[in-house]
Design a protein. Structure first.
Length: 439
């Protein structure tokens, strides 16, 4: 008899609930909905379910799934589906109206829809027409043999976020056009506004603050993208708010590598933080039915800067002295190599330290961080002012790479102070190696 527990958790496009024990095997499923963003054109829309033994990785054979797909507390469909080899693929063809229609072949025992060499399972109707959080209720009814019907089905709950992208044309304080891109991994964005006088961004999503809803949500993820040339909003750090309450600093992160000419600022609010926000709101007023996000560019300058390597095997912390980098003056670059999970220093780590400008290497040195950190000195010339790249390569003898972008000030004085601020604003805080360098 299987041990059945309820599992919650969701991720972008995919979810793998914890395994259930059945006759000594730890059986789980992976549920995936493609594409990760419902408005991505040119990508076939599909639902994929795989049943497998989490210990061996081997697929479970002859599985009859009872699958219920829910969106915003509404059941879209609930049917049996059969996967002889443990892998199930359902093709989806969205429409704006009509009823849900499923076509394909059926297996004879429970009538589960199944794929054959000549016919695929297809679902047509009002499905996948918007992004947000989808709930898949999945029960395994047969296992190993087509006629081995379980007395007690093995049940899973999968929560999958499908991203939704919206664009907004706004005006800067100088009256220039600037385009923002917002991606929601939870629900539809409304009331987007860029306030040029306060230099803030705000937007809303619907949200149910009940414990029942929060218990099903490991995190809420929203992201805002704006062009890097829009210097009014470029900053070394940001203050995030939801419904007027400050978020933890860890809830805000900067991504300067995914889009070459754009900066992405992520809001990631964990489940425990959602509860903190809920409890704080209950003290002063009734709970609203929305989350109003606010992003404020911070003037705070903080060291060290942090970047993860392309394989997320290492984290590099970087600072320098003096803070204003000037030509003709020795600059000391101070760094630490860490484990990104435990934050412990990685002792005896070999590394290459490289400085680039305009795509050309102007300095390279190699060393061994015996105690997990060290420093590199370099003096820039008058011809080397402006934007530069600090790159770390071959960390601990691996292919791990990461980099930072900073600015060398042309002279000391008010202009240099301004450039210091711009330097901190243009820092590329990487969590993986820039995609542009992989091309």
């Amino acid at each position: 008899m299987p041990t059945i527990t309820q599992a919650f958790g969701h991720g972008l496009s995919m979810d793998t609930p914890p395994p259930m024990n059945y006759q000594g095997r730890d059986i789980t499923i992976t549920a995936e909905m493609l594409p990760a963003f419902y408005d991505d054109e040119g990508i076939d829309k599909q639902i994929k379910i795989r049943a497998f033994d989490s210990k061996t990785g081997e697929n479970i054979k002859n599985v009859n799934f009872l699958i219920g797909l829910n969106y915003k507390d509404k059941m879209i469909f609930r049917n049996f589906f059969f996967a002889q080899n443990g892998d199930l693929t359902i093709k989806v063809y969205p429409s704006s109206n009509g009823e849900i229609e499923i076509t394909g072949e059926k297996e004879p025992l429970l009538g589960g829809w199944m794929n054959t060499d000549t016919k695929s399972i297809e679902v047509k109707g009002p499905i996948f027409n918007s992004g947000g959080l989808y709930h898949l209720e999945i029960a395994i009814r047969t296992i190993d043999e087509p006629d081995n019907i379980l007395d007690e089905p093995i049940k899973y709950d999968a929560y999958i976020s499908i991203g939704q992208t919206t664009y907004y044309d706004q005006k800067t304080k100088d009256g220039q056009d600037v385009k923002f891109r917002v991606r929601s991994y939870y629900d539809t964005i409304t009331n987007f506004e860029y306030n040029s006088s306060e230099n803030t961004i705000s937007f809303e999503i619907p949200f149910d603050w009940s414990e029942l809803n929060i218990s099903q949500i490991p995190y809420v993820h929203e992201e805002v993208l704006f062009p890097k040339y829009f210097t009014d909003l470029l900053a070394n750090s940001y203050i995030g708010q939801v419904n007027g309450l400050d978020l933890f600093k860890s809830s805000i992160s900067i991504d300067d590598y995914s889009v070459e000419d754009g900066r992405i600022v992520h809001f990631v609010i964990l489940q425990d933080h959602l509860r903190v926000l809920r409890d704080a709101q209950k003290k002063t007023s009734d709970l609203p039915n929305y989350m109003k996000f606010k992003l404020v560019a911070s003037d705070e300058l903080k060291f060290p800067l942090t970047a993860k390597t392309n394989n997320e095997q290492f984290q590099i912390d970087l600072s320098w002295d003096p803070q204003v980098i000037q030509p003709g003056q020795k600059t000391k670059f101070i760094f630490t190599i860490r484990d990104p999970i435990t934050l412990e220093t990685k002792r005896n780590s070999l590394y290459d330290f490289i400085i680039l400008q305009n795509g050309k290497e102007i300095h390279r040195s190699s060393g061994n961080a015996v105690i997990g950190g060290g420093f590199e000195d370099f003096t820039f010339t008058e011809e080397q002012t402006g934007p530069i790249i600090i790159r770390f390569e071959k960390i601990a003898g691996t292919s791990a790479v990461t980099q930072f972008a900073i600015i060398v000030a042309p002279e000391f004085g008010p202009l240099a102070i301004l450039i210091l601020i711009l330097t901190m604003s243009f820092i590329i805080i990487l969590r993986s190696y820039p995609k542009i360098l992989l091309k």
